[in-house]
Design a protein around this ligand. Structure first.
Ligand code: FAD
Length: 476
């Protein structure tokens, strides 16, 4: 059999594919990377980078409006969406060179721009060029799902792939979906001056989160004027961008019409698997998903998946983690490596909501014996100094205090969860968080204060009596 041209052929140049390609090349592998659109993927062009950039402008606008909270004169920021979106575009332009074909070619990767498909189990063809490899990595990501609602697509509904191209003002945004993307965008647009209405068939927003943590975000959004129609399905959409009407149906079957100017669809994701010729490679697809084993291998033993297309957690850090797992197998033959099950995430609303490991609701539903320790931000000195006291941290432990999970809703929760990620992934106990010194005054001390609740729990009146007796103490 002829020797393959490449050690690794990566299909898809987004978060996961780029890490496989750069990592493979740096370890001495001959790597080809196929990208059909533009390198950088969703995260750079339509996801994390533009959304977090937009959220920052929205955050500043909100702070200006409420500057009196910090004893300063409040100002109307008069947001101009075109200018804000230009800033979004300029941040993308600043990051783009890191992910560019030129950079990857300079790393030794053979970058092939074009659309291709498998023509045999060991060959992927792009515009007539046949790429053979020892290992293939599918990293084609996902795209927004468009629910089959009559009139929705015809209304010029926006998705995350088009919303950052807007240059006109958005008087009233109707957001379909109250998940993380819908909630982040709803609050950002509201703070940038739009009326915003969120419609979701679920009874509450952020359904993957605990009721109490998601409730903090929901309340804040309501206070800021975001309107919600929950437990409501959309019967039809009429009109086009500028004047859209949505007929919604409540749980009781009653119909109503809400009017807006723009629709943003954030109602789930579909994996990108069409047109790849997976049959020719012997890669099995079931229920619209690529079948994989626990180590990200498809039914073709030399074809792996990474990132969103793997169909699990859809985050950039997961795609990058997958890339490392696949590289270890493809290059070092460490076939026992598996993706970590300790996956953090954060919804970048204000307040932020970050999670890792088992949640309280999950522990209850799965009947796992557990304890919960909470601490509120309004008892953290730094939070008071910052004027950001809403929210709390909670730790979920087993009865012996071993950390199973953590959730933080509050200022900078996405940063604060990092300590809990380490603690959960290393099987540490709440006592380990209590024993670690945290710089004062920092927000992250909320983790220690939550863990201290377990120590306090052990301090019963009878144990206090014994301590007093043994050490001759005279207090009450
Ligand atoms: C609005 C929004 C906000 C988000 N915010 C966050 C966040 O804050 N934090 C976070 O961790 N995650 C966030 N995500 C998720 C994150 O963007 C994705 O999880 C991540 O981009 C997945 O990486 P990937 O490599 O799997 O796919 P992608 O980065 O999407 O890359 C896939 C690449 O494959 C290419 N491709 C597709 N089909 C083919 C084909 N047939 N041939 C060749 N190339 C192909 C695509 O053009 C693309 O470049 C967000 C997503 C959205 C939509």
């Amino acid at each position: 059999m002829a020797r393959p041209d490449f050690d690794i052929v990566v299909i898809g140049g987004g978060a996961g594919g780029l890490v496989v390609a750069a990592g493979g090349a740096s370890l001495g592998a001959r790597v080809a990377l196929v990208e059909k659109h533009r390198m950088g993927g969703d995260c750079l062009w339509y996801g994390c980078v533009p959304s977090k950039t937009l959220i920052k402008s929205a955050h500043v606008a909100n702070a200006m409006r409420h500057a009196d909270r910090w004893a300063l004169a409040p100002h109307d920021p008069k947001p101009d969406l075109a200018r804000v979106m230009e800033r979004v575009a300029s941040v993308i332009r600043g990051i783009e060179p890191n992910d560019s074909p030129e950079r990857f070619r300079s790393l030794g990767v053979d970058v092939v721009l074009g659309d291709g498909h498998f023509v045999a189990p060991d060959a992927f063809e792009v515009d007539g060029r046949r790429l053979t490899a020892k290992t293939f990595v599918l990293a084609t990501g996902s795209r927004p799902a468009m629910p089959p609602i009559p009139g929705l697509a015809e209304s010029g509904a926006l998705t995350n792939e088009t919303v950052f191209d807007l240059r006109e003002n958005v008087p009233h945004l109707l957001v379909v979906g109250g998940g993380p993307i819908g909630s982040e965008m709803a609050q950002a647009f509201r703070r940038l001056g739009s009326e915003v209405t969120v419609v979701d068939v679920a009874p509450r927003i952020l359904p993957r989160e605990d009721t109490d943590t998601a409730g903090v975000v929901h309340r804040r959004m309501l206070e800021e004027g975001v309107r919600f129609h929950l437990m409501a399905s959309i019967a039809k959409v009429e009109g086009a961008r500028g004047d859209v009407r949505m007929t919604i149906r409540g749980k009781d079957g009653a119909e109503g019409v809400i009017a807006g100017t723009h629709v943003l669809v954030a109602a789930g994701r579909k994996v990108n698997i069409e047109g790849l010729g997976l049959d020719a490679a012997g890669v099995k697809v079931e229920n619209g998903r690529i079948v994989t084993d626990a180590r990200l291998r498809t039914t073709h033993p030399r074809v792996y998946v990474v990132g969103d297309v793997a169909g699990g957690y859809q985050f950039t850090h997961v795609a990058e983690h997958h890339a490392g797992i696949v590289l270890r197998q493809a290059i070092f033959h460490l076939f026992w490596t598996r993706p970590s099950t300790v996956v953090p995430w954060c919804t970048y609303t204000d307040p932020e909501l970050a999670r890792v490991g088992l949640s309280e609701d999950e522990a209850r539903q799965q009947k796992i014996e557990h304890r919960v320790y909470r601490f509120a931000f309004d008892e953290i000195d730094r939070a008071r100094a910052e004027g950001e006291t809403e929210g709390f941290a909670k730790l979920v432990t087993d009865p012996k205090g071993r950390l199973l999970g953590a959730a933080i809703v509050g200022p900078h929760a996405g940063e604060l969860i990092a300590e809990c990620v380490l603690a959960v992934s290393k099987g540490m106990k709440a006592g380990d968080l209590s024993a670690a010194i945290h710089a004062y005054p920092t927000l992250v001390s909320i983790n220690r204060r939550a863990a201290d609740q377990r120590l306090k729990e052990g301090l019963t009146p009878s144990s206090k009596t014994w301590i007093k007796r043994i050490f001759g103490l005279r207090g009450v």
